[in-house]
Design a binder for this molecule. Structure first.
Ligand SMILES: [Zn+2]
Length: 160
């Protein structure tokens, strides 16, 4: 799939991305651990409405969609960096084992959780986030920039 063909297929890809994110969130909620007390404090500070729902799941590698079309799209728009350290899927957050309990990283992901809540769930978040990645690029996507500045405001360190 070429990069040019992705925008036209956005409406086809979006439901697949939502389905994948929903399934992975369910798995994290089943298998993950709740936030530690100081992480709950950070979550509240960053504007998360339901910090008690959040679970963190430690993984060796952040899972990527297996669906071939979605995989190609993710690569084309660089939705996921080559070796992501964490990924927030609403209240489920994957954390790579070597970054487990990394405060600035977790706060950054909590900022995305707050965005999912504010925008009204997985579908509206992914619609906006993936569209921004497609049109503006991951690094400059407004939702990404917002998460970086929110994280910097809360813990005053460089998050990515
Ligand atoms: Zn981010």
């Amino acid at each position: 799939m070429g990069e040019e063909s992705v925008p036209e297929q956005f409406e086809t890809l979006l439901p697949l991305a939502v389905q994948w994110a929903t399934e992975e969130e369910e798995r994290i909620l089943r298998e993950g651990v709740p936030l530690a007390e100081d992480e709950v404090v950070d979550a509240v500070a960053i504007g998360v409405r339901n910090p008690e729902r959040i679970r963190l799941l430690q993984v060796d590698e952040i899972p990527a969609p297996r669906h071939s079309i979605l995989k190609a799209a993710a690569g084309a728009i660089r939705f996921l960096t080559p070796a992501p350290r964490a990924l927030a899927l609403r209240h489920g957050i994957f954390i790579r084992s070597d970054c487990w309990r990394d405060r600035s990283l977790i706060v950054h992901e909590l900022a995305h959780t707050a965005q999912y809540e504010r925008l009204g769930g997985i579908l509206p978040f992914l619609r906006k986030y993936l569209f921004e990645c497609l049109t503006i690029g991951y690094a400059h996507a407004p939702l990404e920039q917002e998460a970086i500045s929110m994280a910097n405001r809360v813990c005053g360190s460089q998050a990515s």
